[in-house]
Design a protein around this ligand. Structure first.
Ligand code: HEC
Ligand code: HEC
Length: 294
């Protein structure tokens, strides 16, 4: 009897000692379940524009990539990277939630929140935010394959929109962000290795005063990489948008100024004037793409 009690005591003691790990494991499976739900919603609603695996224009989508490292949040228990500070994580979540819930005016990004006439609940949008901030694109690939197994060849071909002119443009919304105000979220360095031994390789652009032409206080070439390259290519070779090289751009400066300022209706090219670029910014961009070799 005493022996049994002793065993029970040991087991209980062990249980308590293990409590923290168990809570941790439970939270992990919870998050896994939520990310799974997010991935299913992504497969059903977002692949058409953001690409089959969230890689956006890189895999033929008409919308930007969502698998950006800069959209990642590192949890406290991650042993590999420095945890994202709470405030920074909340700001990023808010950016993603707001963009998904509200869509983006003057672009093809629809309004998804049911509060604004879309199909998704807040809970569902939070699953998508978790998917993106945890970078669980493996789940999107897996669920995508299961989903596609049942499709015919014609349906398979129609999974990704190729012609943005068939899309309607979001005209009015509750959104607070555009590609310009979103820039701080493209610039984040999210995955900083914990300092053990080798120093993390910093990918952040070198700080220091900008000399030469600038857009929004950033050297024009850097601005282009962060903001325009998703569609026009990091070597300006063209992806969903055409190549932007001096050889190709034979029209007048005014013509390209007008394109950048007002966008092109019925295409994925946003109106950068409405997004907040000044005329001086736009002139700097026109000069850059027309005169500087990639
Ligand atoms: C009809 C096409 C379309 C669909 C479907 C779509 N999006 Fe978008 N999305 C866009 C476009 C276009 C943009 C870029 C808007 C811009 O230029 O500011 C965008 C931007 C975004 C952004 C901001 C990314 C950034 O780089 O600033 C997020 C986040 C996003 N979409 C999430 C989603 C999610 C989640 C879904 C599915 C629920 C979805 N989108 C479905 C077209 C689409
Ligand atoms: C979401 C995708 C997207 C982004 C981001 C984008 N563009 Fe475009 N851009 C396009 C598309 C698509 C076209 C072609 C429109 C058409 O078919 O007429 C285009 C056209 C252009 C053209 C006209 C090219 C020509 O040959 O007529 C210029 C110039 C241009 N973009 C500059 C920029 C600059 C500068 C930026 C960044 C501030 C930018 N674009 C960001 C999609 C994009």
């Amino acid at each position: 009897m005493i022996g049994l009690l002793f065993v029970a005591f040991l087991a209980f003691g062990a249980y308590i000692a293990n409590e923290n790990n168990r809570a941790e494991a439970a939270r992990e499976t919870q998050d896994d379940l939520k990310a799974h739900r997010g991935a299913t919603i992504f497969v059903n609603n977002c692949r058409t524009c953001h690409g089959l695996e969230g890689k956006g224009t890189e895999e033929g989508g008409i919308a930007p990539a969502l698998n950006r490292e800069s959209f990642r949040i590192v949890g406290k228990t991650d042993t590999q990277y420095v945890a994202t500070p709470d405030g920074e994580a909340a700001t990023l979540r808010n950016f993603l939630f707001n963009t998904i819930a509200c869509g983006r005016t003057n672009t093809a990004m629809p309004t998804w929140s049911e509060k604004h006439g879309g199909p998704l609940s807040d809970t569902q949008i939070n699953y998508l935010v978790l998917l993106i901030t945890e970078g669980r694109w493996d789940l999107v690939t897996e669920i995508g394959h299961e989903h596609d197994a049942a499709l015919s060849k014609a349906d398979l071909d129609a999974r990704v929109v190729k012609d943005p002119s068939v899309l309607s443009v979001t005209s009015k919304n509750c959104g607070q962000f555009n590609p310009l105000s979103a820039k701080e979220f493209y610039d984040r360095t999210a995955l900083v290795a914990k300092a053990s031994g080798s120093a993390p390789a910093s990918t952040a652009p070198k700080a220091g005063p900008v000399t030469g032409p600038a857009v929004q206080g950033v050297a024009v070439a850097d601005f282009f990489q962060k903001t325009c390259a998703t569609c026009h290519g990091n070597k300006r070779q063209g992806i969903v948008g055409p190549a932007l090289t001096p050889q190709r751009l034979t029209n007048t400066d005014d013509f390209y100024f007008n394109t950048i300022k007002n966008g092109r209706a019925g295409t994925a090219m946003p109106a950068w004037g409405a997004a907040g670029l000044t005329d001086a910014d736009i002139t700097a961009l026109v000069t850059f793409v027309k005169t500087v070799q990639p």
